[in-house]
Design a protein. Structure first.
Length: 970
């Protein structure tokens, strides 16, 4: 590996030197963009070179620079919203020439002169994002496509770790400012999208491949034109925009994972032929002999001697028991290198004489991961804390896990300019994911028969998909005082299918060399079938009317309406295999489920053969676990952006949201309970909320800004939290119970931010924030339940206070040779406290008398830090050192006085190296988790750490090539 790394490094050095010789003769264009009326610099204007399909935006001095241009003839376009577009043609560049060109833009009405090429603001670079951030009326952070490319992140979840105050849980759920995903809102191009998790309200961010993303914006303060159901952050994923000219972008990469690649011992099992395409081909579907959840259940097994014996029922049970594939084996399988590929094509043409821009994009990845040295444990406090110095071990397992994941995404976007004042946009997106997981664990179950070896195996396939169809328009009406109208209608469908999730637990007694099942304390062999479909219809219209305030300064009045409907269908079916009589088990699962081990029906005798001895399938269905749900939210808002002076701007307004949430369980008994409001005509949750917002932005000077924001927002309970049923959480190992009496939470939010922009590409910002929650929803143990059961309750209040620091700085100020180096870093410190439910607190204090009455909010990290040291020269060489870490956070609330489980910090260090090769090619090398960090969940008791779960994450090394082609202007 060391020799390989050295070879790659020398290759990059040689390529860099060759590129330096080639690019020494490159030309450049630079200049300044000014307002014609005042000669003030225009900040954020787009300067675009159509022949090469490249562009830049002007800095705080109105300056721009286009380096590394080959000799030739060009035309240059300069555009900015509210100003006429200027085009300079026939610019002739010689080798090595530095060409100076300034623009003087004239202000005009919002309706722009129509040009041959539609001018668009560049938004997907770090500098463009800083401009968006500076000009925004809200407290805003984000990450651009260019930054994602630097860090080498593969999906939206990984990219969002780089944003100040943002952490990611489980590789997919986003926490903003330490608040769990319930307090975040995710939209796609401003449209609401459905969830993909039956237990959460949030969107799984790992489902969005990086190459489909232009920007990810995180609004941390509320403004009335935004949806009101967020408190931590409002996340908007902006998909790729179409290019100005014909463009092709293709990339291919392969990576070596130190644990998964070429490891013949990594767990696996036989899947379907279409698993590599992200979906099951029907191999795992529920057999037709098994009734679906609406049709009922399998009959009860009755022996021949029973008075209730029924021949038809016996035949049905026998047929059902034989209808499942005998696929209970796991085996080691060597995986090849992980791989990723993407392709996009875009252009802008004329349709009926009007500009039509389009882009089509496709991405595909296959990733293998896992571990062979994992540990899993359960501990509890055996007595009271005063007399007990150690926790009692209940379970100790050694784990092996193999996982294969497929993710592909496709997108088609089009924009059509009807005329200079009217534009339509269409976006169609489809993402598909499948994850196949095989787990084997063995160890000691101390609570019973500690001399036995306890063995647990599971086979899991999780299929997820998201389809979104968005149509929107933007219209300027000069005759109506330059009124701007934006509208959007979007329909999205998500599905999560978990077919044939299998569990098998058994024992081995070494002194007798005997395998056996202990059904009195362990679960029977089980097959789960879970399916969730959720669709969202999102509609909104926004009006913006410019006007002049009393001193003639430009102001804006805004109003709008939105209507969102979200509907979910969730079904769960479970089949367990029971034993009638004695069934032989030698530790081989295939032998255990062999044909001669299953019950047989003797049609000639109209009774069970062998007196009914054998394995048989049995329905273990709880109808309350399946439900339909619907949520309707109507929103109206009115707001204004009003300059009180040239330096001070007020943004204030009010949003109204009316919510109706209904649920319908498949359990007839629950449908009859009026108090639970489980019918569609009597909503389970009905609220009318008024959400005010006020912001003050003060320009200290042209490089410094001070922001203050106050707002009220809300958080609604999820469908699962309200659903009145209890099911076993297969990931957490506990019962999860809904609570139909939950109410929505309210929060008052205060933000204060100082921003300093030393230059166009640099930033220093410091933010303080405070949030007061009323009736927050917290996970809590149910002390009245006989088993370990987690439920959801409204607690009285909670508070969160924090600081955020962000720095982006070129290092040339230290010494001139460092001008090609830049530093980007951010740090967040967050303190939170939420009251513990009184019933739970009483149970805790029964064993820990001095226990506190509050704890950190679930999933909240006290700190997060990101660091990026970047190098980029004029010869196409880029290098980035990337670091990320978050503080410990509660991952599991434990019953009684046993301390809660915390996910411990996992410091991640990565290195990326890239080199432009000329003619559109780019070579890249990436290394991840160079520190070799392990995943750890543990709890602390009297200074001693007890590990709940830990395993190696492994390192990965990837090599990739990218090709980009841009057609010259016609």
């Amino acid at each position: 590996m060391k020799q390989f790394s050295l070879l790659i490094f020398l290759l990059f050095i040689s390529l860099s030197l060759s590129q330096a010789q080639e690019k020494a003769a490159m030309a450049s264009i630079s200049g300044k963009v000014l307002e014609a009326s005042s000669a003030y610099p225009v900040i954020g204007a787009t300067v675009f070179l159509p022949e090469l399909n490249i562009g830049v935006i002007t800095d705080f001095d109105g300056e721009y620079r286009l380096p590394n241009l080959p000799a030739g003839s060009y035309k240059l376009q300069c555009s900015y919203l509210g100003f006429s577009t200027q085009t300079v043609e026939n610019i002739s560049l010689a080798e090595g020439q530095s060409f100076q060109l300034d623009f003087s833009l004239k202000e005009e009405a919002l309706a722009q002169d129509e040009v041959v090429i539609e001018a668009k603001q560049i938004r997907n670079t770090a500098n463009a994002l800083l401009t968006i951030k500076r000009q925004s009326s809200q407290v805003l952070d984000g990450v651009s496509a260019a930054e994602i490319k630097k860090t080498g992140d593969n999906d939206a979840a990984a990219a969002m770790r780089r944003i100040t105050g943002v952490t990611v849980e489980g590789g997919k759920y986003v926490y903003v400012r330490g608040l769990s995903d319930r307090y975040s809102k995710t939209t796609l191009n401003g449209a609401e999208i459905p969830s993909l998790d039956p237990n959460r309200n949030s969107v799984q961010m790992d489902l969005f491949p990086a190459n489909l993303i232009d920007n990810i914006l995180v609004y941390k303060s509320f403004s009335p034109q935004l949806y009101g159901d967020f408190t931590g952050g409002y996340i908007d994923i902006e998909t790729k925009d179409f290019p100005e000219r014909f463009s092709i972008n293709a990339s291919l990469s392969t990576s070596y994972h130190t644990i998964a690649s070429f490891n013949p011992n990594l767990n696996s099992y036989a899947g379907s032929s279409t698993d590599p395409l992200g979906f099951d081909d029907g191999l795992r579907q529920l057999p037709s002999t098994i009734p679906n959840i609406e049709e009922g259940q399998l009959p009860e097994f009755e022996p021949n001697s029973s008075a209730s014996f029924n021949a038809a029922d016996a035949q049905q049970i026998a047929a059902a028991s034989r209808s499942f594939a005998n696929n209970w084996e796991q085996s080691g399988r060597s995986r090849f290198l992980n791989s990723r590929a993407s392709f996009s094509i875009g252009n802008q043409k004329k349709l009926f004489g009007k500009p039509l821009g389009f882009i089509a994009s496709l991405s595909y990845s296959q990733q293998a991961s896992g571990y062979t040295n994992g540990n899993y444990g359960i501990y509890e406090l055996g007595g009271n804390s005063q007399s007990t110095n150690r926790l009692t071990s209940q379970l100790q397992l050694e784990e092996q896990l193999g996982q294969d994941e497929t993710l592909w995404g496709a997108m088609l976007g089009a924009s059509y300019k009807l005329n200079k004042n009217n534009q339509l946009r269409l976006t169609v997106l489809r993402n598909q994911s499948a994850t196949s997981t095989a787990r084997y664990a063995e160890g000691t179950k101390f609570r019973d028969d500690p001399d036995d070896v306890f063995i647990s195996q599971s086979w899991r396939f999780l299929e997820r998909s998201l389809s979104s169809y968005q149509l929107g328009g933007k219209h300027f009406i000069p005759k109506w005082k330059n009124l701007e109208i934006k509208w959007q209608s979007a329909y999205s469908l998500s599905a999560q299918d978990e077919p044939d999730l299998r569990y098998f637990t058994y024992r081995y007694r070494p002194d007798q060399d005997r395998y056996f099942l202990k059904l009195s304390s362990d679960n029977s062999p089980s097959r789960f079938y879970r399916e969730m479909n959720e669709n969202t219809w999102s509609n909104r219209v926004d009006l913006s009317l410019p006007y002049k305030q009393w001193n003639g300064l430009s102001a804006k009045l805004m109003a709008g309406a939105s209507y969102n409907r979200k509907a979910r269908v969730f079904r769960e079916n479970r089949i367990v295999f029971q034993q009638s009589g004695i069934v032989a088990f030698n530790g081989n699962l295939t032998d255990y489920f062999a044909e001669d081990q299953l019950v047989q029906y003797d049609a000639g005798e109209n009774q069970w053969a062998n007196n009914g001895q054998g394995l048989y399938a049995d329905s273990d269905i709880d109808l309350q676990n399946s439900y339909d749900a619907q949520q309707d939210v109507l929103g109206l808002y009115l707001m204004t952006e009003l300059p009180l002076s040239k330096k001070l701007r007020l943004i204030t307004g009010l949003r109204m949201e009316q919510t109706s949430l209904s649920m319908l369980s498949l359990d007839p008994a629950l449908q009859a309970i009026d108090s639970l409001h489980l019918d569609q005509s009597s909503p389970l949750l009905k609220n009318l909320d008024l959400l005010p917002a006020l912001s003050l932005n003060y320009e200290l000077n042209d490089k410094m800004k001070l922001r203050f924001a106050y707002s009220r927002t809300l958080a609604r309970p999820s469908f699962r939290e309200l659903a009145p049923y209890t099911n076993f959480d297969v990931d957490g190992g506990y019962l999860l119970a809904g609570n139909p009496n939950l109410q929505r939470s309210l929060a008052d939010n205060i933000d204060l931010r100082y921003e300093f922009y030393p230059s166009f590409a640099e930033l220093i910002s410091l933010t303080g924030f405070f949030k007061q929650f009323y009736n927050p929803i917290e996970r809590t143990f149910n002390p009245t339940a006989p088993n370990s059961e987690i439920t959801f309750r409204n607690v009285e209040e909670a508070q969160i206070i924090g600081l955020e620091l962000e720095l982006r700085k070129n290092l040339g100020f230290i010494a001139a040779p460092l001008k090609d180096f830049s530093l980007a870093a951010n740090f967040a410190y967050i303190y939170s406290a939420t009251k513990i439910d009184p019933l739970e607190l009483a149970e805790i204090r029964a064993t820990v008398a001095d226990a506190k009455d509050s704890r950190p909010m679930f999933g909240q990290s006290p700190y997060s830090a990101n660091f990026l040291l970047a190098y980029k020269n004029d010869y196409g060489t880029e290098a980035n050192l990337v670091f990320n870490v978050i503080g410990p956070r509660i991952s599991l609330i434990v019953r009684g006085g046993t301390p809660n489980v915390y996910e411990q910090p996992v410091p991640l260090l990565g290195f990326n190296l890239a080199q432009e090769l000329g003619k559109g090619f780019r070579l890249s090398l990436r290394a991840n988790n160079l520190l070799g960090s392990r995943y750890r969940e543990s709890l602390d008791y009297k200074g001693q750490e007890y590990f709940i779960q830990r395993y190696d994450l492994g390192r990965s090394f990837s090599l990739g090539v990218n090709y980009r082609f841009n057609r010259a202007a016609e």
